[in-house]
Design a protein around this ligand. Structure first.
Ligand code: AVJ
Length: 381
C-alpha cells in the first residue's frame, strides 16, 4: 500500500461561476459539481443508502458480481484511473479482481480534496495497490494519470455511478470523445449508466420522503453563504425534482418561495428572484441499454461488454477504443499543443510522494517530468 497525491493550486472559480449562473438572463443555474463540498459529499453518501435511490447499490452490485469477468477482458498490466473518486466502495471490487493477477496502481481523479482523502482511506489498505491521487479536473487529471503509466501498462478508465448523466447528452458525447483521444489501443473505459425506469420510481429517487436529497440540493445555497459570504434564506427556497421526458432526464431545481433579493458579497453581486423562479442545479440523464453501443461508436469506441442489473435498471458498459487508423488517428497537431500545454502545467505540480513505495520513488522527485515526455514522443503527428 502506498498513497501519493498530486495536487494543483487550483484557482477555483466558484465565485465567478456562481455570478455567471445567477446573473444570466432566462433560467438561472448553478453547476452541479459544486454540490460536493464536505457537507454535500456526506449527504450524497446518505442518499446512496436510501431505499428510494437504488443507483449506487445497482452499480456496486454489478461490480461485485462481475468484476472478475470484466477484468478478464482486459489486457494485462493495467493502470486504473477513475474519474471522480466517489467513496471508493465500488472500485474496491475492480481493484481486488486486478490484484489477483498484478500489482495495481490506482489513480483517483477528483477536484474535491475531501472526496480524494475519503477514497484514499477507503482503498489505501488493499494489498498490492498503490494510490496516486490527482486533485484536478477530469481531463487534466486523466492526461496526468496517462503520463504516469509505464510503457507496458494499459489504462482502465473508470467512469462509474452514472456521473456521465450530469452532462447534457451532446456534452457527454464530446467528453467521451475527449477521453478517447487520451486512450491507446488496448486501453479501456468502464462506464456506468443509469437506465430509464418508471416515472414514480425515478422521481422518488430524487425527492425522498425524509428530505435528504432536498438537503443535498439546498446545501448548495448554504455553501454559497459559507464560502462567498452570501445571505440566502434557505427557508425561502424549496427543493424540486422534475422529469423532463423529452430530454429523458431528472432536473433538480431550487424554487424561490417569494420575491427576494440575495446579496453575494464575495461574488460582488446581488441577485433578484421572482416568486416561483427556480435555480437549475443538476441534470441526471437516463439511458436505454440499447442506445449505448451507438453512443460508443459515435465517440470512437466499440462496446466490449454490457452488464445489466435486474433489480434497478442500470448498465455497466465496457468500451474499447477503435484501433488507430481505423477511425481515429491519435493526436493531431492541435491536440499535441493542448497536451504540451497540459504538461507544462503539470510541471507546476506540487506533489507528495510516499517514499515507502519504490515504484513511486522512481517516478518522483525532479525526474517527474521525464516520465511525461515519452508520452509526447509516442504521439503521432
Ligand atoms: C452521483 C451524479 C450519479 O445524478 O443520480 C443524487 C447525484 N443527485 N441525487 C445522480 C444525485 C441527486 C447522482 N450522481
Amino acid at each position: 500500500m502506498a498513497t501519493a497525491v498530486v495536487a494543483q493550486h487550483s484557482q477555483s472559480n466558484f465565485a465567478g461561476d456562481v455570478r455567471a449562473g445567477l446573473l444570466r438572463s432566462g433560467q438561472k443555474e448553478l453547476p452541479s459539481k459544486y454540490l460536493y463540498d464536505e457537507v454535500g459529499s456526506a449527504l450524497f453518501e446518505v442518499i446512496s443508502v436510501l431505499p428510494e435511490y437504488g443507483l449506487t447499490r445497482a452499480d456496486e452490485r454489478l461490480l461485485g458480481r462481475h468484476a472478475v469477468d470484466i477484468v478478464s477482458r482486459l489486457k494485462s498490466d493495467v493502470l486504473v484511473a477513475e474519474l471522480g473518486s466517489g467513496s471508493g466502495r465500488k472500485t474496491r471490487w475492480i481493484l481486488e479482481a486486478l490484484t489477483r493477477r498484478q500489482r495495481t496502481t490506482y489513480c483517483p481523479i477528483e477536484i474535491s480534496p475531501t472526496a480524494l482523502a475519503r477514497c484514499e482511506s477507503e482503498l489505501g489498505q488493499i494489498e498490492h495497490v498503490s494510490i496516486v491521487g490527482f486533485e484536478r479536473p477530469y481531463l487534466d487529471g486523466l492526461l496526468a494519470a496517462a503520463s504516469w503509466r509505464r510503457e507496458h501498462e494499459h489504462l482502465l478508465v473508470l467512469f462509474l455511478g452514472s456521473t456521465i448523466g450530469n452532462f447534457d447528452r451532446d456534452a457527454g458525447e464530446r467528453f467521451l470523445a475527449e477521453v478517447r483521444r487520451i486512450l491507446y489501443p488496448g486501453d479501456a473505459l468502464l462506464l456506468g449508466t443509469d437506465l430509464e425506469k418508471p416515472l414514480p420510481q425515478l422521481v422518488a429517487a430524487y425527492d425522498d420522503p425524509i428530505g435528504v436529497t432536498a438537503a443535498f440540493n439546498l446545501n448548495l445555497l448554504a455553501r454559497i453563504n459559507r464560502e462567498l459570504d452570501a445571505d440566502f434564506d434557505l427557508a425561502a427556497f424549496r427543493h424540486e425534482a422534475r422529469y423532463n421526458s423529452s430530454e429523458r432526464r431528472i432536473e433538480m431545481h431550487l424554487r424561490s418561495l417569494r420575491g427576494q433579493t440575495v446579496a453575494i458579497a464575495r461574488a460582488g453581486c446581488s441577485v433578484t428572484f421572482a416568486k416561483d423562479e427556480t435555480i437549475w442545479t443538476e441534470s441526471s440523464h437516463k439511458y436505454r441499454a440499447d442506445e449505448i453501443p451507438a453512443m460508443a461508436q459515435r465517440t470512437g469506441y466499440r462496446c466490449d461488454g454490457q452488464w445489466l442489473d435486474s433489480e434497478w435498471p442500470f448498465a455497466e458498459n465496457l468500451r474499447a477504443p477503435f484501433a488507430r487508423g481505423n477511425h481515429f488517428h491519435g493526436p493531431n497537431r492541435q491536440d499535441l499543443r493542448a497536451l504540451i500545454h497540459a504538461f507544462e502545467s503539470l510541471l507546476g505540480f506540487r506533489y507528495r510522494l510516499d517514499r515507502r513505495n519504490p515504484q513511486m520513488d522512481s517516478a518522483g522527485g525532479v525526474n517527474r517530468h521525464r516520465d511525461i515526455l515519452p508520452f509526447v514522443h509516442d504521439a503521432q503527428v
